[in-house]
Design a binder for this molecule. Sequence first.
Ligand SMILES: [Zn+2]
Length: 186
Amino acid sequence: MSRFSPSGRAFVAALLAFVAVAGVTSLAVAGKLCCSHCGRDNGCRKVCRLVCEDRKITKVCWGRQCEDFCLPGPTWCGKKHCEMVCTDCANPNDPKAVTTGPSPLVWRDWIPGRCATVHTKARLMKRTVTKTVPSYKWQVEYLCAGCEEGCTPITHPADAYIPPPPAVDGAKIIPGQVVPPPAPVK
Ligand SMILES: [Zn+2]
């Protein structure tokens, strides 16, 4: 959820737009119309050109992984064992030693049942898929004539979403070019 109310968001958007424009304007006021690409101040002008940048999108997919396991049948009670322990635990020469006496340790063998059955369990599994997709935006720059000439318009598919160019006073708009569809296979 956004931390800003609708009016707050509008204010932040206006503030960002002002800062962006102010950043470009301050260069003009300071008399430093330097080219954004080569740094020279030879007849630069504002250029608003379409640029493409990669955007990473992710999707979380949920699935299941099956695994077989064996469920044993009832076990049988087998032979009884008995063993005496702690027969030599006490150390008569050590006053801090634990003193105890011999005691029986008793256990039984348990024989696995014969009617084991195989079952399948499904575990919930998570898989994250990441894809890089193109994203288009308008970029305002100061460019000299040489760098402006060297700015080849980007190409994009005909069905790509291209945002409308912003209204920037006096800026030359360099739009993208639609990639021609591939020739039909004969
Ligand atoms: Zn330049």
